[in-house]
Design a protein around this ligand. Structure first.
Ligand SMILES: [Zn+2]
Length: 111
């Protein structure tokens, strides 16, 4: 399972940060185009944290909407993940994806 192996990587990273302290909460940014399904993360977390420093820790997933930089509008525009890489306001095609591929630990709360 894709999500489980990703979370095992998260647990490894948290282990390095926590250095033996009790971990209460782990924050994770997940982009809507990262290919990761937040619901699957919730399901896999109890398995991934077993016998680790994260045992008992809560996983807080923040979904990051996909956004492209539109050169015509001169700003970032959020895109629906089912649309092609096109500005939803003016229709200009753009391959400049600024957000949406995130998969990163944002914070670790320890006791
Ligand atoms: Zn535009």
């Amino acid at each position: 399972m894709h999500e489980l192996s990703l979370l095992r990587g998260v647990v490894d990273a948290v282990e390095g940060v926590a250095q033996g302290r009790t971990v209460l909460r782990v924050g994770l940014d997940v982009g809507s185009r990262s290919g990761v399904i937040p619901e699957a993360l919730d399901g896999a977390w109890p398995v991934a944290r077993q016998n680790s420093v994260c045992e008992g820790a809560e996983l807080q997933v923040t979904e990051i909407p996909a956004a492209v930089w539109c050169p015509s509008c001169g700003c970032e525009r959020e895109i629906d993940e089912f649309f092609a890489l096109t500005c939803p306001v003016c229709g200009t095609p753009t391959a400049d994806l600024r957000h949406g591929r995130e998969f990163q630990v944002t914070f670790v709360d320890v006791e």
